[in-house]
Structures are given as C-alpha cells and as structure tokens.
Design a binder for this molecule. Structure first.
Ligand SMILES: *[C@@H]1O[C@H](CO)[C@@H](O)[C@H](O)[C@H]1NC(C)=O
Ligand SMILES: *[C@@H]1O[C@H](CO)[C@@H](O)[C@H](O)[C@H]1NC(C)=O
Ligand SMILES: *[C@@H]1O[C@H](CO)[C@@H](O)[C@H](O)[C@H]1NC(C)=O
Ligand SMILES: *[C@@H]1O[C@H](CO)[C@@H](O)[C@H](O)[C@H]1NC(C)=O
Ligand SMILES: *[C@@H]1O[C@H](CO)[C@@H](O)[C@H](O)[C@H]1NC(C)=O
Ligand SMILES: *[C@@H]1O[C@H](CO)[C@@H](O)[C@H](O)[C@H]1NC(C)=O
Length: 233
C-alpha cells in the first residue's frame, strides 16, 4: 500500500515531514479522483442546466464529477457528453453500462448505435443528436420524442415481456434483457448447448452467443419493421 511506503529511498536525504505529508495528501486526493476514463473523455463538467445535472441533484448521495453523475461507490448513474465534438463513442463507452441517464446530443456522431448499448439494462433516458436513431428502434422504448436539436428515447422496454404469445427462448432457457432492443436466452441450471437441449454440469451458458445475438437483434428489428408496416396498412 502506498500509505506504508517510506517517503525516502535508501541513502537519500530525509524528506522534511511537511513535504512528506503533502505528498501523502496528494496521493490520497489523486486516488479519490480516479474517475472512469469515460467521465473525462471530453473536457469540462456537466452543465448545471443539463438533464443529467437535474437527475443527479434529485438524490443527495449522488455527486457530479467531470462528465459523470456517480453514486457513493463510484458507479456511473449519469453521463453527459453533450457538445463534445464526438464522432465515435470510443472503447471506454461500455464503462457507462450502469447509467440511468445519458446525454449525447450536439455531437456529430457517425456510429450506428445498434450494438453500442449491450448490457445497458438500467438506461431509462437517452438524449441523442436529432439525426441519430434510438438504439433498438422505436419499439425498444416507451416514448421517442423528436425535437429540432435533439431526440429523446425514454423508458426502456423489456423485450422479453413485449413479445406476447411467441416463445423466444427454448423450453429450458429463459429470456433476460440485455439493453435497448437486445435480449439473451440463458439456459436453466443444468442445461447448455444449442437450444439448451443438452444436460450437464454447465450453468448459465448463453444459447445465442455473440453471433447469435446479432442475428436475433436483426430479426427483432425486422419484426418491428413488419409490425410497423402492418399497423400502417
Ligand atoms: C448555473 O450556473 C450559473 C453560473 O455558473 C449560475 O449563474 C446559475 O444560477 C446556475 N443555474 C442553476 C439552475 O443552478
Ligand atoms: C455499494 O457497494 C456495496 C458493496 O458492493 C453495496 O452493498 C451497496 O449497496 C452499494 N451502494 C450503492 C449506493 O450502490
Ligand atoms: C458547445 O461548446 C462550445 C464551446 O466548446 C460553445 O461555444 C457552444 O455554445 C456550446 N453549444 C451548446 C449548444 O452548448
Ligand atoms: C431538446 O430540444 C428541445 C427543443 O429544442 C429543448 O426544449 C430541450 O431542452 C432539449 N433537450 C435537451 C436535453 O437538451
Ligand atoms: C416484465 O415481466 C415481469 C414478470 O412477468 C414483471 O415483473 C416486470 O415488471 C415486467 N417488466 C416490464 C417492463 O413490463
Ligand atoms: C427441458 O427439461 C425437462 C426436464 O427438466 C426435459 O424433460 C425436457 O425434455 C427439456 N426440454 C428440452 C427441449 O430439452
């Protein structure tokens, strides 16, 4: 532990006590400020008029740090990357998978967000540039609102519930949400393999895997499109 390190190396002149104390303090403060990289991805802090700031100030235990709203454990509950000149969300974005609210508007985003939100199961409010579609499409959210300068996706739907009569997952597997428009089939205890049909000692083996969930995601998109067409006609 850094706290037990001697402030002087072998043979070096003793460091005066106040300086050592200052060094220790700097170390401790440095550790306290070890924010997830995504929170310092772009300069500045959450603006006081942002939706993320409003959310964060509702609960006394939550704190704003740089671009994030964190709980006492340092878990990201809000992320505000608005107006950051971002073309891509980058490799650190999954650090925000615990977020409840994310603001990405006023950025020239070029990514298709369909697979960016894997595992973001808590996300309830997503604010996007006006020309970027809500991930998972309109069927993945309770409310999608279009404004001149932004688009909001609110209330993530649980696709495992909204499929009605169709059984998505095999008999000995169960459906779990995996982010907007995404779901996974998890085999029951004691089952594994294709369609969870094999019995054995493995548990929690996902049936679809990465390739499979992409295919499933595409078929859900198609299913949504067809439903929308059916509604329109
Ligand atoms: C936002 O910050 C500005 C200056 O920092 C301050 O004048 C203003 O009152 C703040 N607004 C709110 C709603 O806190
Ligand atoms: C912080 O983490 C601890 C242990 O993981 C957990 O019990 C506690 O509920 C967490 N607190 C918050 C506010 O998430
Ligand atoms: C975006 O940031 C720039 C400076 O970085 C600022 O001049 C501009 O007003 C900001 N725009 C909005 C919509 O906040
Ligand atoms: C989205 O745009 C509308 C209309 O321009 C505005 O009233 C609203 O505050 C914007 N939302 C955010 C989060 O910036
Ligand atoms: C989904 O279904 C479960 C159990 O059937 C229920 O507890 C949960 O509230 C439902 N979620 C949504 C978003 O409807
Ligand atoms: C599911 O499990 C039951 C026993 O728990 C078994 O009888 C049944 O054949 C299994 N279904 C499939 C499709 O493997």
């Amino acid at each position: 532990r850094a706290g037990k390190m001697s402030p002087r190396g072998p043979g070096s002149a003793p460091i005066p006590l106040p300086l050592a104390a200052a060094l220790l303090l700097a170390l401790r403060v440095g550790r306290a400020l070890a924010l997830p990289e995504i929170c310092i991805q772009c300069p500045g802090s959450v603006g006081n008029r942002s939706e993320v700031a409003r959310y964060c100030k509702q609960t006394p235990e939550l704190m704003l740090h740089a671009r994030c709203c964190l709980n006492q454990n340092g878990t990201i509950l809000g992320l505000d990357l608005q107006n950051c000149s971002l073309k891509h969300l980058g490799p650190n974005f999954p650090q925000a998978h615990t977020a409840i609210i994310i603001d990405l508007h006023a950025n020239p985003l070029k990514d298709d967000l369909a697979n960016t939100f894997h595992g973001f199961i808590q996300l309830q409010t997503l604010i996007l540039p006006e020309d970027v579609n809500c991930p998972g499409g309109i069927n993945a959210w309770n409310t999608v609102t279009f404004y001149p300068n932004n688009q909001t996706c609110e209330g993530q739907r649980n696709l495992c519930n909204s499929t009605g009569d169709t059984e998505i997952c095999p008999e000995n597997g169960s459906c779990v949400p995996d982010g907007p428009g995404l779901l996974q089939c998890v085999c029951a205890d004691g089952f594994h393999g294709y369609k969870c049909m094999r019995q054995g000692s493995f548990s929690l083996l996902t049936f679809f895997g990465i390739l499979g969930s992409t295919t499933l995601f595409i078929s859900i998109l198609l299913w949504g499109t067809q439903r929308r067409k059916a509604k329109a006609s």
